[in-house]
Design a protein around this ligand. Sequence first.
Ligand code: ADP
Ligand code: MG
Length: 489
Amino acid sequence: MSTTTIAKDTSSFELVSGLEIHVQLNTQSKIFCSDSAAFGAGPNEHISTVSLGLPGALPKLNKEVIEKAMRIGLALNCEINQYNFFDRKNYFYADLPKGYQITQDNSPICKNGYLNVRLSDGIEKRIGINRIHLEEDAGKSMHDQDANYSFVDLNRAGVPLIEIVTEPDIRSSEEAAALLTEIRQLVRFLNVSDGNMEEGSLRCDANISIREKGTTAYGTRCEVKNVNSIRNVRRAMDFEFGRQVEVITGGGKIIQSTLNFDADKGTTSPMRSKEEANDYRYFPDPDLPPVVISDEWLATVKSAMPTLPKELAQNLITELGISLSEAAVLADDKDLYQYYTEAVTQVNHKKSLVNWLLGNIRAILNEKQIEISKYAVSPGQLAQTINLVDEKKVSQQIAIQTLLPALETNQNVKAEELAKQLNLLIVEDVDAIDGFIDEVLAKYQPQVEAYKKGKKGVLGLFVGDVMKLAKGKADAKKINELILKRLEV
Ligand code: ADP
Ligand code: MG
């Protein structure tokens, strides 16, 4: 399909955006009953009287939901509201059998936070978090399964959500993408959600307005609903920015509205106004008592917070002098960082370990198409292998091509032991190497003459051949030295 682009001079305008991010919490059971909250079951397999909204069914709060919301709130530098209650948001839809959604209107569990996101030019941008509130998800209506009927699947009804609402601090689609990327990483790191956008565990509404550069008043906003990937959030924002500039420069006015994003066309379009009806008549839910978070409970959750990836990265930079991008790769991947912390206790040079993990090991994992958590060489074995290479007991090439693959199937063997067994240790015997050098120099008489006349490039040929005779088990630098010594005479 073709993509519509609007070529307009947008340079005198600035984008203003705030996001509403729905995150599905990864609890075992739903927010107000014990039905499974798992994704992927057959239609209506995870339901009960509460999910069905039958008269008289009473909701009962899942404590885990409060803890997870506190964790993400603390990570986003929020104040935690210790006196919470739930509200009913009334509307009618087939996938909402009660006729209302239980949510938080006036007492969100978290407020007044912020997140500093890193942009591609290295600059950090602070984006305010207005609030985070708790709510239940609705079921799913399916209109495309049958010619005559719509189907309803209530498995998702009552699955716990948090909604993270940012301040209108976002000024570009890059900032929005960086924020979403970081929030997705944080919810995964904190084990709050799987953060999977394709399965709908992370959904985003983007509020977008424009204003002339240099002005401070906010313009009228449009809200693009339920964009399902970070890339599409960027596309929707860029398109909407262009569209609004065109309307304004054409003398028109932006009308506050709710929009859909068409991912095929790359365009936004108004939703049917029926879907926009906005009189929810919120009121406190009388079935649910207020939730008081005691000082003790808050303190326990606070003290159980892990060091966050950004801080881990900063520690790595300070300790090892590695670059921000290197540190971020390690710290942003929970499993990789865990592997690193286990290996680092056994490795002689920490910097070597970082280089291996970001270089050779990453290449090995890419080739196998696996994550580090599935790599059969243990952190200890990798550390031992790196030590062997650093001590010049095993060549790097042999380590990668032979020793590490052998360790994969010998998980309880020390790297040095296996290297010995497989006869991989570097030949330290200078006499043996000297013998190989004799052989090679004799074979390449004309090249030796050429070398002596100044054609230094042939040295590599000699080294390579000696290495071959040594079956790779020699130190290339050492061979180099010995050959040079021989050619000088
Ligand atoms: P409502 O409750 O009516 O949805 P909120 O004040 O809660 O309104 O804002 C919803 C989202 O819209 C927030 O993320 C906020 O940052 C964003 N927003 C508010 N005003 C603007 C604006 N003029 N331009 C862009 N985004 C805005
Ligand atoms: Mg809103």
